[in-house]
Design a protein around this ligand. Structure first.
Ligand SMILES: Cc1cc2nc3c(=O)[nH]c(=O)nc-3n(C[C@H](O)[C@H](O)[C@H](O)COP(=O)(O)OP(=O)(O)OC[C@H]3O[C@@H](n4cnc5c(N)ncnc54)[C@H](O)[C@@H]3O)c2cc1C
Length: 497
């Protein structure tokens, strides 16, 4: 098997699967990958493009869980360390160390002595963090630095009362969109079938059990049936909607809160990610991350009414966040005009109406609630730990004897190198045939259907919105040119229902 992410819904509808996964965010992708690696035949259905919803909007930090030590949540800490090590080991070209710096002002847990102790415990409890990693992906232990060193690393730091800084190492996936696509290649190489732009609509039943899913191909509006005795929905903020269509609404699956990051039209303030907070009681901690020559700052959380449908944060909410950043970093003077893009999504809240995010994923066996046998729902809380949750879900379904798992194996196919924005621009101008071949390959081997899929989720060519329309024009012109040569169909600009 070659790992191509082939999109052929009609051929796919003729096969029998071990399970259908609904939702192609990171949770659905990891369920697909982990089940394929354990000898099962999974089918993944995604109604839009892979990873286009909450997962695309993540701050891209692969958390080692230092903050869970503060709450003495050792289980979550250990899980995060293990998962970060897995990402760094399996995807060393896409996941890299991230230096983090927190200025310390000598209050509460943020005193240099306390922070030094926390970093020592962090290193002591994570002896395996660098096991089997490429040397340039290993993470050194953290340390506490002097105020002078903090200023060297972060010249704009608020110096009043500065007592030092905590420096530690985490990981980041700057091209997180490629991570999702590479996981799909891996799953397909192990025998998975993946279909984007196919919306799961109705559960097919056999007595009190599951027989599969009826779905709509959104490209040609054809209805198709996909057969499997197990269906797992991993539809993120839409998991209640899918549960309601397949069985009934379960409010405990997802109580929404909104979370967002802002991409700022500013040069990075430091080579490190800065952990800063405005100096007022109860203020949140924000990460100011250098990303592709600009700043990605997050994450701001706000409450949403229970059952609210996802809608983007308005200017007032974004403005409130900018005020917090201005208060945390003197001289930033951020205004709405500095925001290039708001990366936002709905996350499960700890309780209805709260801004605080839930700590743990929810995994539901619908049969236990009186629903169909073989139907499961998963609602996760972190990108970092999606693989672990997927493994646990599969183990619990295997314990109910609905699937049989083999040993996890399956080599990852070699990853693809994507040209940078400047390289593709040059190709588009000077060597359109080469650019056209590369784009055609992405469309065929990675199911890139729209220009947006290509610019935002197979490459990073549209990450800066100021370049998006120019790139769209160039690619459309190229595909029209190709079309007139009879070699290539034009790429639809955007998908509409
Ligand atoms: C602003 C922000 C910052 C974050 N930062 C981090 C971070 O730094 N590190 C970290 O580890 N985590 C972070 N997270 C959390 C992480 O992004 C989420 O936990 C994770 O992406 C959720 O993935 P998911 O697969 O559950 O949901 P999604 O990515 O939303 O995927 C659900 C998918 O289901 C599809 N779907 C819905 N209905 C149907 C249907 N009927 N048929 C087929 N498909 C359907 C949707 O189209 C969607 O693609 C952040 C989240 C946000 C919002």
């Amino acid at each position: 098997m070659n790992g191509m992410i082939d999109r052929d819904p009609i051929v796919a509808s003729r096969a029998q699967y071990d399970l259908v996964v609904v939702g192609g965010g990171i949770y659905g992708v990891m369920l697909t990958l982990e089940s394929a690696r354990r000898g099962l035949r999974p089918l993944l259905l995604e109604r839009d493009d892979y990873g286009a919803a909450t997962s695309w909007n993540s701050l891209r930090i692969i958390h080692g869980g230092l903050r869970y030590l503060q709450k003495a949540d050792l289980a979550r800490f250990r899980e995060s360390i293990a998962e970060r090590q897995w990402w760094l080991r399996e995807f060393p070209d896409l996941v890299e160390p991230l230096t983090c710096l927190m200025p310390l002002y000598g209050r509460g847990l943020k005193r240099p002595a306390i922070f030094r102790l926390a970093l020592a415990i962090n290193a002591w409890l994570s002896p395996t963090r660098n096991q089997n990693l490429r040397p340039d992906r290993c993470l050194p232990p953290g340390r506490v630095v002097t105020p002078v060193e903090v200023v060297e690393l972060f010249p704009q730091v608020d110096r009043a009362g500065l007592r030092g800084g905590g420096v530690w190492y985490d990981a980041i996936a700057p091209d997180l969109q490629r991570l999702i696509i590479e996981c799909l290649h891996w799953a397909c190489a192990c025998g998975a079938t993946c279909l984007n732009y196919v919306r799961a609509e109705r559960l097919l039943r056999a007595g009190d059990g599951v027989a599969g899913v009826e779905a709509a191909d959104r490209i040609d509006n054809r209805k198709l049936a996909f057969c499997a005795p197990v269906v797992i929905t991993a539809a993120g903020p839409w998991c209640r909607e899918v549960a309601a269509a397949f069985d009934r609404d379960y409010p405990q699956l997802f109580r929404p809160s909104v979370a967002f990051n802002v991409l700022l039209n500013r040069e990075p303030l430091s080579s490190a990610a800065l952990a800063v907070a405005p100096r007022r009681k109860g203020a949140g901690m924000y990460f100011v991350v250098p990303w592709k020559g600009r700043i990605l700052a997050g994450t701001y959380h706000a409450p949403r009414p229970d059952g609210a449908a996802p809608e983007p944060p308005d200017n007032e909410l974004v403005g409130r966040y900018l005020e917090d950043l201005n208060a945390a970093i003197p001289g930033m003077d951020l205004a709405l005009k500095d925001v290039l893009r708001v990366h936002w999504g709905y996350l499960p809240a700890a309780r209805a109406g709260l801004a605080r995010q839930a700590d743990r994923p929810v995994v539901m066996d619908h049969a236990v609630q009186g629903g169909p046998r073989g139907l499961f729902s998963v609602s996760g809380v972190k990108f970092t730990t999606a693989r672990r949750v997927a493994g646990q879900v599969l183990e619990s379904i295997a314990a109910r004897r609905l699937i049989r798992l083999a040993e996890s194996n399956g080599e990852r196919p070699t990853g693809r190198t994507v040209p940078t924005l400047s390289a593709i621009r040059q190709w588009l101008r000077e060597s359109p045939d080469q650019a056209q071949r590369f784009i055609a390959q992405l469309r065929k081997e990675e199911s890139a259907i729209t220009v947006e899929d290509l610019l935002l989720r197979r490459t990073d060519w549209g990450m800066d919105p100021r370049q998006m329309s120019e790139m769209e024009r160039m690619i459309e012109a190229l595909t029209r040119l190709a079309c007139s040569r009879g070699q290539e169909r034009s790429v639809p600009c955007s998908y509409s229902e």
